[in-house]
Design a protein. Structure first.
Length: 396
């Protein structure tokens, strides 16, 4: 597969380093994550111990340069890691995605040297947890309607932040948060500014933890800010650049969620294959029946199509890094298709298992629940369709 420009042809190749990464992450995920996935899904407890181990392996900052505590690898390495971790447990891959794509990527793109050293290095190494906070109770896809406010104090040294944010992944445990809030509400999207906030400061309050359908070990909560004083040096980018930063970061985040969706789908598919080979009915394995074979064929086709679109988005991101520009369209296409493929595959996996697919004794029940969120966060499927269509129609 190739995305070519007049001067810089780009190809996607699995290097020996990538192959080693897949083996290492797969072994770790099977040994450390898969055995505890059901337990943590049931309890909803944040898996801090394994998150720390992922940090020690460099997985919490895969694309972050080694000088800032990361692994210094590429986007393909990140995608391959997300797939392998999601195959073992979607919750762990969600935590991985937030730290890599939504948190570290934004700071590496728009942060100062001091901000990178202070806020990226410890998160990439797994010593601290990062989070990304854009959504509010009445402000989701339409960020311009957010009600939170940041007002510069008279001395011009701090912004005083007040408001409530919702659906903050890792909110209950985060040490640092990339926060988006209004500094100039009269300007709409252009009045949003990004701040780096620290959880141990006065005025930072962790709100209610969300009781979720899936990815239950990935802690999610509200965050409340009551006269939180954020120093001006903690502005990420420039005042008013928040919306641009948020959308740029979401492009990267959508590639990560597409990879997560693919990993969940692969796990469900493998479980369905095993069951179709072993489950006996009417004198033989159920895999001998054409209805089951049709399901297997359709599942496999969607998985491989999703993989191709994800790799296409990886290439687009590499091209953007070399030539400038965005990779919004390719990321949205990959995220839309992969998330809907995961929904299809996990649903068919439950169906192949029959009644046992509805039981917690088999993991396909968890895969089914976990896959559902991939059509919502980092932009709903409806938003992705809007992004794709507006791009094709030439609309801004």
């Amino acid at each position: 597969m190739v995305i070519a420009s007049p001067d810089i042809p780009l190809t996607l190749t699995l290097t020996p380093e990538h192959e080693d990464l897949i083996k290492t992450v797969r072994a770790f995920a099977r040994r450390e994550i898969a055995p505890i996935a059901a337990e943590y899904d049931e309890s909803g407890e944040f898996p801090l111990a394994t998150v720390r181990k992922m940090g020690e392996m460099g997985l919490m900052g895969i694309e972050v340069p080694e000088a800032y505590g990361g692994a210094g690898m590429d986007t393909l390495a990140y995608v391959l890691t997300m797939i392998e971790v999601a195959r073992a447990d979607a919750s762990h891959s969600t935590i991985l995605s937030v730290n890599n794509s939504l948190y570290a990527y934004g700071i590496m793109q728009f942060g100062t040297e001091a901000q990178k050293q202070k806020y990226v290095a410890p998160v990439a190494a797994g010593a601290k947890i990062g989070a990304y906070s854009l959504t509010e109770p009445m402000s989701g896809s339409d960020a311009a309607t957010m009600a939170s406010r940041a007002v510069l104090n008279e001395a011009g040294t701090h912004y005083i932040i007040n408001g409530r944010k919702s659906w903050v992944t890792s909110g209950p445990v985060a040490d640092y948060v990339v926060l988006f809030t209004m500094t100039h509400p009269e300007k709409g999207n252009k009045g949003i500014t990004a701040f780096l906030v620290e959880a141990d400061q006065p005025g930072f309050i962790r709100g209610k933890k969300e009781p979720k359908l899936g990815i239950r070990a990935s802690a999610t909560s509200e965050l409340v800010f009551e006269n939180y004083a954020c120093p001006v040096e903690n502005i990420l980018g420039r005042v008013g650049d928040g919306f641009k930063i948020a959308m740029t970061v979401l492009d990267a985040g959508r590639i990560g969620i597409a990879a997560q969706a693919l990993g969940i789908a692969e796990a469900a598919y493998e479980a369905a294959l095993t069951y179709a080979r072993e489950r006996q009915a009417f004198g033989g394995p159920i895999g001998q029946f054409q209805m089951i074979q049709q399901k297997i064929a359709d599942m496999k086709t969607r998985i491989e199509a999703a993989r191709a679109l994800i790799y296409n988005a990886v290439l687009a991101k590499q091209r953007a890094k070399l030539e400038g520009g965005r990779f919004t369209l390719e990321a949205s296409i990959a995220k839309l298709f992969a998330s809907e493929a995961a929904a299809f595959v996990t649903d068919e996996a439950v169906q192949i298992h029959g009644g046992m697919g509805y039981s917690k004794e088999f993991p396909v029940e968890r895969y089914y629940r976990d896959a559902r969120i991939t059509r919502i966060y980092e932009g709903t499927s409806e938003v992705q369709r809007m992004v794709i269509a507006r791009s094709e129609l030439g609309l801004r």
